[in-house]
Design a protein around this ligand. Structure first.
Ligand code: ADP
Ligand code: MG
Length: 286
């Protein structure tokens, strides 16, 4: 049977706001020496706001926002929600949409009466026949490009605030001698700013979901015990592969399903405290 100390630990973790799906995960958490954090929705609120609307020549801001909001109408992604909110604040309503598809870590495709609309990052534009677009620009923020059948309509800049508890949590993890890393699908410019804000030095940007997964595999192969904390559809494979996967409470259903531990809220301090608890529980048993 499960040792009483483990059952007690699971109970205490639940009171602290972390639901642990089995005793083995608490044990593994007690051995963790590396923590990998996702950015959007994990270190940041994931409630980004559009800060700039930058249409291409001959396109109005409303036209750009209408195309973007139409394509994002069925999106679960925080960037999609930010675009829809921005369109609404301009009094722009989306058009009827068909054939929505999502390429995690890159962007989406959907069609209105005029044809296909592509919304996403620079790689997504290139993949869909739009010429090269610059990944970094004058404004620090995530640049989301909008195109229609190979033609760039423009882009919007989206800004997402860092969670205040994140800095404290990173400090606490470091204090426990844990190696803290940031992996994100977003651009290097945005990733560097967030990492600098939090004092994280190990950063990798521009990663696809399969690349996040590969990074986790490589860390495990080097003999380390790695916890991955994420929230998105794009994090689900990495969460499932990590020694222990942790989903944010506000995370997508698939992230919460694949994780071994689900935070009740989104407070990363709760996670850091749970690691501390897991270590103490391990000491009681061994
Ligand atoms: P993170 O790893 O930081 O959580 P994601 O992997 O979810 O970020 O997204 C990576 C990038 O892919 C985003 O920064 C954005 O450029 C693009 N992207 C993903 N989904 C969408 C979407 N629905 N609309 C627009 N862009 C998107
Ligand atoms: Mg995320």
């Amino acid at each position: 049977g499960t040792p009483l100390a483990i059952l007690g630990g699971i109970g205490r973790a639940a009171q602290m706001g972390a639901i642990i799906k089995g005793g083995v995960h608490l044990e593994t958490l007690g051995k963790v020496d590396t923590v990998v954090l996702d950015k959007t929705g994990t270190l940041t609120f994931g409630r980004p706001e559009v800060s700039h609307v930058l249409p291409a020549e001959g396109i109005t801001a409303d036209e750009l926002l209408r195309a973007a909001a139409t394509a994002e109408a069925l999106s679960e992604h925080p960037l999609g929600k930010a675009i829809i909110a921005e369109a609404a604040s301009h009094g722009v309503t989306p058009l009827p949409v068909s054939g929505f598809s999502y390429e995690p870590g890159r962007g989406i495709k959907a069609s209105d009466a005029e044809g296909a609309i592509y919304v996403g990052n620079a790689a997504w534009m290139t993949a869909n026949g739009v010429g090269a677009v610059p990944e970094e620009g004058a404004f620090v923020g995530t640049r989301v490009f909008i195109a229609r059948e190979g033609r760039l309509l423009g882009h919007v800049v989206v800004e997402d605030k860092v969670r205040p508890e994140a800095r404290q949590a990173v400090e606490k993890l470091r204090g426990m001698n844990i190696d803290v890393q940031l992996l994100t699908g977003d651009t290097a410019q945005v990733a560097r700013r967030v990492a600098a804000d939090l004092g994280i030095t190990a950063v990798e940007a521009g990663l696809l979901p399969t690349e996040k997964l590969q990074r986790i595999k490589a860390i495990k192969a080097s003999g380390r015990t790695v916890a991955m904390v994420g929230d998105g559809v794009n994090d689900a494979p990495a969460l499932a592969t990590a020694s222990v996967g942790i989903a944010m409470g506000s995370g997508t259903e698939v992230a919460r399903e694949k994780a071994d531990i689900v935070l009740l809220g989104n407070d990363l301090m709760r996670f850091a405290e749970t690691v501390h608890l897991a270590r103490r529980t391990r000491k009681i048993i061994w």
